[in-house]
Design a protein around this ligand. Structure first.
Ligand code: 13P
Length: 245
């Protein structure tokens, strides 16, 4: 169960979140819990979560180890800061920063090379779903992105299905729609890698996950967890979501 804070929470707000959140999830041992603060709050989050059952993720990375890339952050820096995961290929980065499937593959490789776990996002837009292109788009994003990794690399990543029309809109995918997309992605994994890879890859669902819809989503065996935006900002609502795992 992962929370993506996007461009929210200062360091002080991060510390306040963890003071409230950690005692409430200390007994949640049946799932991995991940929080992805913005870069400047990573150190505060790592410090606050030290020794707890919550791991810290970054929201982005550069694909090169180092170099003249003004404003960018390398995976080595994220590993040193204490991150264990990085969200790669979020639709907001694809949309606003022109991230392509190839960049998603390169960033994923960089994350793995630093020993961290990429959470690789894919998902169709509203228009793509309305014009019956969902599977075509997912297959394309898969093949050009996580599907371009080696089998060994792929065994160390997580996938997140995030339909763009459900992100920040309050329009969650129904559990059935989410499950169908996850099944399709598993077929892509099987075609590209193996039945074993398809069965073992963990796929999170993201898009308007809230305390009042998490039960229905998690009741689908195809869903292995959730990538939560807005509802992960409030400790109580994120606890409710985590406990639904
Ligand atoms: P919301 O939960 O706010 O819709 O955001 C989902 C998301 O983009 C998580 O990465």
């Amino acid at each position: 169960m992962a929370g993506n804070w996007k461009m929210y929470k200062t360091q002080a707000e991060t510390r306040a979140f963890f003071s409230a959140f950690l005692p409430l999830v200390s007994d949640a041992t049946n799932c991995d819990i991940v929080v992805a603060p913005p870069f400047t709050s990573i150190a505060a989050a790592v410090e606050a979560a030290k020794g707890s059952n919550v791991a810290i993720s970054a929201q982005n990375n550069h694909w090169q180890r180092d170099g003249a890339y003004t404003g960018e952050i390398s995976v080595g820096m994220l590993a040193e800061a204490g991150c264990r995961y990085v969200i790669v290929g979020h639709s907001e980065r694809r949309q606003y920063s022109n991230e392509t499937d190839d960049i998603v593959a390169q960033k994923s490789r960089a994350v793995l090379s630093a020993g961290l776990t990429p959470i690789v996002c894919l998902g169709e837009s509203f228009t793509e779903r309305e014009t019956n292109r969902t599977e075509e788009v997912l297959a394309q994003q898969f093949i050009g992105g996580p599907g371009a990794l080696t089998g060994e690399e792929f065994s160390r990543i997580l996938l997140a299905y995030e339909p763009v029309w459900a992100i920040g809109t309050g329009r969650t995918a129904t559990p059935e729609i989410a499950a169908a997309a996850h099944r399709f992605l598993r077929r892509c994994v099987q075609d590209q890698f193996s039945a074993e890879a398809s069965a073992s890859v963990r796929i999170l669902y993201g898009g308007s996950v809230k305390p009042d819809n998490i039960q229905g989503l998690m009741a689908q065996p195809e869903l292995d967890g959730a990538l939560v935006g807005g509802a992960s900002l409030d400790p109580k609502s994120f606890v409710t979501i985590v406990k639904a795992a």
